[in-house]
Ligand binder design. Structure first.
Ligand code: NAP
Length: 682
């Protein structure tokens, strides 16, 4: 069968690179899977195409529209996952490894799309935090907000997860309204190209929203500058080169670097042999060494254990490693496949050689493997466990990444020593601790957190549902300080905000309400023609206000409420006990009574489009209400968010005011569900 030449998708067309073809070999047996030429022509035009075509089309959509798009795209890729699995095995990945790459990738897109719908407004910008009052009378305010810059996100991906790496960056960019140019690593690029073809042929994305580069970057970076982001994943050495690129240094492109990391896992001093935590630790070390043949940026490279348990750990991990079936990744019984290629295996062997200068090999042989595989043409390697000879003088274990099934055990004296060893990684993507002792957890987690992007504390209680040390999750930030690149990705909707511009906006309540599309106290109020609870969702406008009649709060009301609810707290019931209270002038009304009276004042009792109250946010009681005080309520539409075809959410700004002066006794935001139709949801 003729070998296909991989192509890039640029400016709406699939194009081949120029120059000699380079074969891309299967990690299983060295057979040629595809071939790749040099840089594609006109790479420098890709950024302009993205900015002028894809960018405006995405920017015209709201977050919710983009979330719908990203969800559909994830499902379209998932539908063709078997095409991807059939190629993924040639990267050496077992079905379970490929699942992380393929379904981990589409799963990440789905989580981010769903969180966007739930947590971001159906708008084009995001308000960040509360309004800052900058003047005494509130006529001059500040508000932070995120907007979409007119740029492009250029991804540069590592070879180990060709699909997850592309999709976990694609989803946040599209959700932020930014077009993407995805450059895949050469090794395994046939897999990323297959995924790119699914994305393009789905026809879901506006032209220019997604371009794909197979092969070298050529002059791709030359037009990059302010508003553009280079989202890099790979080795520290390539990241170092990109940091010095003129696009970053001189023209203001942002660089987010996710690079290699010497991640550690710590066995707590309490987790001695025989405890559940010891067994969990041993299992996790073995799993992290052998999943994806150890080619995970988050894999455990440094195994930190109490000196007194070092031998027991080495023995238990070695026994487990001995049981891992290494073989052809296409076979169901195989638990560990091959490395991505021969060059990668050579690189790992070289780095193990460097580690052996200060550590002893206690399990596995870098040159021998007992497995029925094509050991000559395939890229197989036995898992290799090392033990550092001297914990304090060993340095390579903390700075040399052997990107394969390789970990080094280091003994520690006490918890403080364990923390200092953990932090000698110089900044890591992830660390973990196996302990059932909260005191150990406090000391280690707080000591190690500044050096880690993510830190997992594992014990018997969490084990059953844990996603494990090495899994970056769409919900949590991925990235680490220092050696790990200093970048940050994922983390729920933070992933989207990272790519947007945050600005501080200043002005009057009226102006900030208009720009932010959220009503603020001090902005104009509008008196609607009917009670706002009787207006369907679409009719309600920001600023629609209902001022209620008044109600006097009596002693009998308070005592009745106390008896009825059982809340006979002394401040409501006992004159003598409250006499020396630091801030109540005497017996006061219950805060919950005020909330109930407020509802009694502002609801419109007839059946109508207001379906239900589903919560209160930001409730504060600000001034006590005493017997005989008169209260009234101001209820104003603050913001609206469609939820489904039948109804949407309305956020109301509520103030309970007291007395002639109208001082605020309580303030909160009321959340209701309001139907689009007058007679309620169908
Ligand atoms: P790499 O050699 O640094 O390559 C990474 C990417 O950079 C590839 O797409 C590569 O393209 C590209 N590249 C190389 N030179 C470049 C240049 N001068 N300008 C622009 N792009 C350039 O890393 P790798 O070997 O693919 O990946 C393994 C490493 O990635 C490991 O060290 C691992 O720890 C790290 N990693 C980190 C994370 C993380 O999230 N922190 C995740 C996965 C992997 P070509 O392949 O075409 O040269």
């Amino acid at each position: 069968m003729p070998v296909s030449t991989l192509q890039s998708y640029l400016a709406g067309q699939w194009v081949e690179g120029v120059g000699d073809a380079q074969p891309l070999q299967s990690a299983i047996d060295g057979s040629v899977v595809a071939q790749l030429r040099g840089p594609a022509p006109n790479l420098a035009d890709a950024a302009d195409f993205a900015r002028t075509r894809g960018g405006p089309a995405l920017a015209s959509m709201t977050f919710h529209q983009r979330a719908t798009l990203v969800k559909k795209l994830a499902l379209a890729i998932a539908e063709q996952k078997e095409t991807l699995y059939s190629l993924s095995c040639h990267t050496g990945a077992t079905r379970a490894d490929s699942w992380i790459d393929i379904e981990g990738g589409t799963g990440t897109m789905l989580v981010l799309a769903s969180k966007t719908k739930r947590e971001l407004p159906d708008e084009h910008h995001i308000l960040d935090g509360d309004v800052e009052q900058l003047s005494r009378n509130g006529s001059f305010l500040g508000q932070h907000l995120y907007t979409t810059p007119p740029g492009v996100v250029v991804q540069v991906n590592a070879y180990n997860f060709p699909i997850w790496g592309m999709l976990e960056k694609l989803a946040p960019a599209l959700l932020a309204g930014l077009p993407v140019i995805a450059k895949t690593a050469t090794v395994g690029s046939y897999l990323a190209e297959a995924c790119a073809r699914i994305i393009v042929s789905s026809g879901l994305l506006p032209e220019g929203a997604f371009q794909f580069v197979a092969g070298p970057v050529g002059d791709l970076f030359d037009p990059l500058g302010v508003h553009d982001t280079i989202a890099f994943t790979g080795s520290a050495s390539t990241a170092g080169r990109l940091r010095h690129h003129a696009a970053v240094l001189e023209r203001g492109a942002a660089l987010n670097a996710e690079q290699d990391s010497l991640n550690c896992s710590i066995l707590g001093p309490d987790a001695k042999p025989g405890t559940p935590e010891f067994d969990l630790f041993v299992r996790e070390v073995q799993r992290e060494m052998t999943t994806k043949a150890g080619q995970k940026c988050t894999a455990i490279r440094r195994v930190l254990v109490p000196d007194r348990h070092l031998d027991a750990v080495v023995e238990a991990v070695s026994v487990r490693l001995g049981k891992v079936r290494i073989g052809d990744p296409r076979e169901e019984s195989t638990r560990m496949g091959a490395l991505a290629g021969q060059a990668q295996r050579e690189d790992v062997r070289e780095r193990v050689g460097a580690l052996l200068g200060e550590a002893d090999l206690v399990c596995g042989d870098p040159e021998r493997l007992d497995a029925s595989v094509d050991a000559v043409n395939g890229a197989y390697l036995a898992p290799l466990l090392l033990v550092a000879r001297d914990a304090d003088s060993a340095q390579r274990v903390h700075d040399t990444e052997a990107f394969g099934p390789v970990s080094t055990v280091v003994g520690y004296r006490d918890v403080g020593h364990a923390v200092s060893l953990a932090n000698r990684g110089g900044g890591s993507l992830v660390g973990s601790l196996f302990t059932h002792d909260p005191d150990v957890a406090v000391e280690v987690a707080l000591g190690a957190a500044p050096w880690h992007g993510r830190f997992m504390v594992m014990d018997r209680d969490a084990a059953g549902e844990s996603t494990g040390h090495g899994s970056p999750l769409a919900h949590l930030t991925h990235g680490g300080p220092g050696r790990a690149g200093g970048g940050e990705e994922l983390g729920g909707v933070r992933a989207i905000k990272h790519l947007m511009q945050r600005s501080a906006l200043q002005g009057s309540p009226r102006m900030l309400a208009a720009v932010g599309r959220r009503w603020l106290p001090g902005a104009p109020e509008r008196t609607p023609s009917r009670h706002p609870f009787q207006a369907p969702f679409g009719e309600l406008q920001l600023g629609d206000t209902f001022n209620t009649p008044t109600r006097t709060v009596s002693k009998e009301d308070v005592e009745h409420f106390a008896r009825f609810t059982g809340d006979t707290f002394y401040a409501h019931m006992d004159e003598a006990a409250v006499a020396d209270h630091p801030f109540f002038p005497g017996r006061v009304a219950h805060g919950y009574l005020l909330l109930s009276f407020a509802a009694g004042l502002f609801v419109s009792p007839e059946k109508g489009p207001t379906l239900a109250n589903f919560g209160l946010d930001n409730l504060r009681f600000m001034k006590p209400v005493v017997f005989g005080d008169t209260i009234s309520v101001r209820l104003t539409v603050k913001s609206k968010k469609p939820r489904n075809p039948e109804y949407g959410e309305v956020r109301w700004d509520v103030e309970i005011r007291v007395g002639e002066s109208g001082e605020i006794a309580a303030a909160y935001e009321l959340l209701t569900l309001n139907a689009y139709r007058l007679d309620g949801a169908e």
